[in-house]
Design a protein around this ligand. Structure first.
Ligand code: F6R
Length: 364
């Protein structure tokens, strides 16, 4: 049942405010003052490393979470693609928590990586959408993301629910490790409670995104740029676009632009810049200027403050609500998804069932 939408993907994008709200309530204490995990045996003070392993979109959720765990909880994090991790046979110290993220819970490489960590890591934790899956069953602690069944092959609501649960886990780690002040924790939890409403405002940008997507559909290549927390999101935006519109897209950390990809810039290569008005904004804008100076076309995704400062020469601008920078990846995922969706519609591709892809990759 597509719930009145043309595609499951559209339905699943639209469901995000409610499923994320559900996940936030599930992982918040009754008084709303702290993060509550099922089972209180996960002790982030007893470990000195977090190793996160996943594939595809779930891997990008892990890359995002690395910034959160490092900045909020001062915990060193290693992130790896499951198919690389499992064959590299990396050393795992006993003071490591190994964390596996998987929507299906059945991805062959992720499951093999998990089995490799058995008996080696302090604890095996998974963040999954399917609680009865192999990955959930073989973990010491399985944390559900509560996204509900995801049918569209391109992951949308599972990604943002993964991000939400990983952020709350990072907040728990920060609380346990004493690396966050009670005021800042209360502040971020309040922002999390407000997030479903903020996401609704991001969904209101559907028409602006559709307009931008019609232009994007003419391109044969698209470059995505982002810094800090927006870098993994740029990777996810590029993956979404290539999966369902078949347009070649790649993503770079903005600071890497002049180390190579700037050679590609011309007026045929749209550049999607994801940049909320945060502390890194000026730096991203200067990278954007480098693109504009070479005749490049910039699609800027920012907030009102960012648009006021930088939107004058852009090709298109999508304006999102102002949000605490820590939560920005969850919000900025929405226009990345809508952009891919509307570009695919403009190209007439099969949105829910893109060619060559399977929803669950149970073979290597
Ligand atoms: C992208 C996508 C894939 C999956 C990847 C991992 O839209 O859906 O990249 O994220 O195959 O799948 P799970 O999360 O089931 O392990």
């Amino acid at each position: 049942d597509k719930g009145g939408h043309k595609h499951f993907m559209a339905k699943e994008i639209a469901e995000q405010p409610s499923v994320i709200g559900e996940a936030i309530r599930h992982y918040m204490s009754a008084d709303g003052n702290s993060v509550a995990l099922p089972g209180d045996d996960l002790d982030f003070t007893a470990i000195d490393r977090l190793t996160m392993v996943a594939c595809g979109t779930a891997f990008y959720a892990c890359l995002t979470a690395k910034y959160w765990f490092e900045q909020l909880a001062q915990l060193p994090v290693e992130v790896d693609i499951a198919s690389e991790f499992r064959y590299r046979e990396p050393p795992i110290t006993p003071r490591t928590v190994a964390l596996f993220v998987s929507q299906s819970g059945e991805t062959a490489d992720t499951l093999a990586a998990l089995r490799y960590c058995h008996e080696k890591a302090d604890q095996i934790v998974s963040v999954v959408n399917v609680p009865e899956s192999s990955i959930a069953r073989e973990s010491d602690l399985a944390l559900p993301i509560l996204a509900g069944t995801e049918i569209g092959v391109a992951s949308t609501k599972a990604f943002t629910c993964q991000l939400t649960v990983l952020l709350m886990l990072a907040l728990k780690a920060a609380e346990q490790r004493g690396t966050i002040t009670p005021d800042r924790l209360a502040d971020l939890l309040a922002h999390l409670r407000a997030l479903p409403n903020t996401l609704n405002h991001a969904l209101d940008q559907n028409a602006a995104t559709e307009r931008a997507a019609r232009k994007l559909a003419e391109a044969s290549d698209v470059l995505f740029l982002g810094r800090g927390l927006m870098y993994p999101l740029a990777l996810e935006g590029a993956l979404k676009l290539k999966e369902i519109s078949y347009i070649h897209a790649e993503a770079y950390a903005s600071g890497e632009l002049k180390h190579g990809p700037i050679a590609l810039i011309d007026n045929a290569l749209p550049v999607v810049v994801m940049a909320p008005r945060d502390t890194l904004f000026e730096k991203t804008v200067s990278n954007m200027q480098e693109v504009l100076a070479r005749g490049g076309k910039v699609l800027l995704i920012t907030d009102a403050a960012g648009a006021a400062e930088a939107a004058s020469d852009t090709w298109e601008t999508i304006v999102l609500p102002q949000v605490d920078p820590v939560l920005a990846p969850i919000l900025y995922a929405v226009p990345a998804q809508l952009l891919a969706y509307h570009t695919a519609i403009a190209k007439g591709t099969d949105v829910d069932q893109p060619r060559n892809l399977a929803k669950s990759v149970t073979v290597e």
